[in-house]
Design a protein around this ligand. Structure first.
Ligand code: E4P
Length: 237
């Protein structure tokens, strides 16, 4: 299973890349809005230098021509850019044109299995059902992941299910068990996955015991040296 980072924050991406668990990155206009100083294009180029995995860049145009213009420009930035297109009538048309042009797409804002099926038919290489936003309105977002994974497998569709809008480590486990091909996670959720109170406590305890033992050994050896120094010298020695 691939793990993408759901952020436009360069430092977060560098950190997870160093951990050796980064397979790609997803961005969106809201995530870019949290960064400062650089243009969206500059941020995307920086990200593509950190990971060779897919980097999703989202179009904001709502008409086909606008989506195509933005997406083609993104695709020129680096070979691993994937154009993120929202599920809509225009989005489907744009995704099918991108597919003909060999530009990879990630269909975003999917909330039903049927939307995912249509996006797959239009040629999207990634389908992004939003788990957390469905949970927010009291629907079980994980159902869409399970349904889409099954549909993709039954019909041998050439696409991958990317569990998006993941808000908790429990979402991540459930997405993995559901067979999602990819999950995109905020940095905070990845950190939560790393840590466990008993792991963190255990690390501290092992270190404390190690330090105590070394101190005791050092004291014993010091004592021995003092005893040897204090011992009376034998006549003739
Ligand atoms: C990723 O592709 C999505 O844009 C993102 O996961 C949405 O997450 P949110 O619902 O927490 O904003």
């Amino acid at each position: 299973m691939k793990i993408f980072l759901d952020t436009a924050d360069i430092e977060e991406i560098r950190t997870v890349a160093r951990w050796g668990v980064l397979d790609g990155v997803t961005t969106n206009p809201s995530l870019f809005a949290k960064t400062s100083g650089s243009s969206y294009e500059e941020v995307l180029q920086e990200i593509t230098k950190i990971t060779s995995g897919p980097v999703s860049a989202e179009v904001v145009a709502e008409d086909v021509e606008g989506m195509l213009n933005e997406g083609r420009a993104f695709a020129k930035l680096a070979p691993n850019i994937v154009v993120k297109v929202p599920m809509s009538e225009e989005g489907l048309e744009a995704m099918s044109t991108f597919a003909e042009e060999g530009i990879k797409t990630n269909c975003t804002l999917i909330f039903t299995a049927n939307q995912g099926l249509l996006a797959a038919k239009a040629g999207a290489s990634l389908l992004s059902p939003f788990v957390g936003r469905l949970d927010d309105i009291n629907q079980d977002g994980m159902i869409v992941i399970r349904e889409l994974v099954e549909i993709v497998a039954i019909h041998e569709l050439e696409t991958e299910v990317l569990a998006a809008s993941i808000r908790t480590p429990v979402h991540m486990t459930q997405a993995a068990l559901a067979g999602a091909h990819v999950a995109t996670l905020p940095f905070k959720v990845l950190q939560q996955m790393v840590h466990h109170p008993l792991t963190d406590k255990g690390i501290k305890q092992f270190r404390a015991d190690w330090d105590k033992t070394r101190e005791a050994l050092a004291e014993q050896s010091q004592q021995k040296k003092q005893e040897v120094a204090a011992a009376p010298t034998q006549p003739g020695s």
